[in-house]
Design a protein around this ligand. Structure first.
Ligand code: PLP
Length: 399
């Protein structure tokens, strides 16, 4: 029997993290690591960013929580900022990505109900997607490894196969379809970016049939791909969007953004949250988002992403026995591996003190903070190269 009292739902790395600063993490035994996980795309400004530390400590002395039955000025300010920098007219704040997705799904169904079409309940997601772990979110992504054992599939959720345009067109044309939910760049699924022209076509088709588009930019939004929102690359907009992760720079915050029209059914009592949008979270969110929208940060993402991609393609040439593909967008980088990705992550951690994340399709993900310097990027590449050498040697020894 396990000696831990934690529910055994995580396969945790044998690493006790003690503290962090910028792109560095230190374990309890003092070992230093270069962090290309960033809390899985969450610590977008690095660890212990001084602006965020100040925001959280100042607010902690003033007010933490009051409930949404009162006005929360910073919540209104952050909503204003998000709307000013996006397609959205209204925002609902949550504590996590999956709650933001849940709100997005409810907003879409309620829109059709409110418009006199209660039969329009069907939500279509894509294979390889990840939308979080609530019932709505696991059903929207419909990945069997997350839905198995949790009872029958929820009514009104369907999965489309990536690239099956005929099935997508039929889904959009169905009179019971409410919305399509999609990550413009899949994160957990292995950094697959939807081609930009496909997103534009999706917009046209959905408009023709009155179907709403929900984007899940929980992982790919807020500057990660080299634009503030990943969908900006395609020059189109969703009706509803779920965001979280980087929005709080590591503090738990999520948000569901919507156009006024898409949110027309979300009237008093339709949704709620005790903690969502609390003053402490909003103070940090304001500070973090204020940094994330700075043009110099976005420019840094594009410059460093260009360098990393070029270097990784070079490594792919030199290590064709280790690297099968380099993909993704901006600093949401996926490297499809030939050796098992879990083994590769472990050896990168133990041999090179480089932390990288896993992903679907045997990828590892490189998700550095958005303010990573060129020097840190060089160090990350050196360590990745070292990991490729060890992996090659291990494969040769095993052959
Ligand atoms: N959506 C996407 C695209 C994600 O990557 C994640 C988390 O990894 C979620 C939703 C769920 O977010 P959370 O874990 O904050 O609930």
């Amino acid at each position: 029997m396990s000696t831990s009292h934690l529910m055994g739902v995580y396969n945790r790395a044998p690493l006790e993290v003690d503290r962090g600063r910028g792109m560095r993490l230190w374990a309890k035994d003092g070992t230093e690591y270069l962090d290309c996980v960033s809390g899985i795309s969450t610590n977008a400004l690095g660890h212990a960013h001084p602006v965020l530390v100040k925001a959280v400590t100042d607010q902690a002395e003033k007010l933490w929580h009051v409930s949404n039955i009162f006005r929360i000025p910073d919540q209104e300010k952050l909503a204003d900022m998000l709307c000013e920098h996006s397609f959205a007219d209204v925002v609902f704040f949550t504590n996590s990505g999956t709650e933001a997705v849940e709100c997005a799904i409810k907003t879409a169904r309620k829109y059709h109900h409110h418009a006199g079409n209660p039969e329009r309940i069907d939500i279509y997601g894509f294979d390889g997607s990840f939308h979080g772990r609530t019932y709505g979110a696991i059903n929207a992504a419909a990945n069997p490894s997350y839905t198995n054992g949790f009872g029958p599939p929820m009514e009104g959720f369907h999965q489309l196969t990536w690239g099956d345009h005929d099935a997508l067109k039929a889904a959009i044309a169905s009179p019971t379809t409410a919305a399509i939910i999609v990550e413009p760049v899949q994160g957990e699924g292995g950094c697959r970016a939807i081609p930009e022209h496909c997103l534009r076509d999706l917009r046209t088709l959905c408009d023709q049939h009155g179907v709403l588009i929900i984007f899940d930019e929980v992982q790919c939004g807020m500057g990660r791909t080299g634009k503030l929102w990943a969908h900006e690359w395609a020059g189109m907009q969703p009706d509803i969007m779920a965001i979280a992760k980087a929005l709080g720079g590591g503090f738990p915050i999520g948000a569901c953004l919507a156009s006024e029209k898409a949110a027309s059914g979300m009237t008093v009592g339709a949704h709620g949250s005790t903690f969502g949008g609390n003053p402490l979270a909003m103070a940090v969110g304001l500070a973090a988002f204020g940094e994330l929208v700075k043009p110099e940060l976005i420019q840094n993402v594009n410059e460093i992403a260009g360098y990393l991609k070029q270097q990784l393609h070079g490594l792919k040439e030199r290590f064709p026995d280790v690297i099968a593909d380099v993909r993704g967008k901006g600093l949401l980088i996926g490297v499809k591996l030939i050796p098992n990705n879990r083994d590769f992550m472990a050896l990168a951690r133990d041999e090179q003190h480089l932390l990288i994340a896993g992903g679907g399709d045997n990828c590892c993900r490189i998700l550095p903070p958005l303010n990573i310097t060129l020097e840190e990027a060089r160090e990350a590449i050196e360590k990745f190269e070292g990991a490729c050498e060890v992996a090659r040697a291990q494969m040769k020894a095993a052959a």
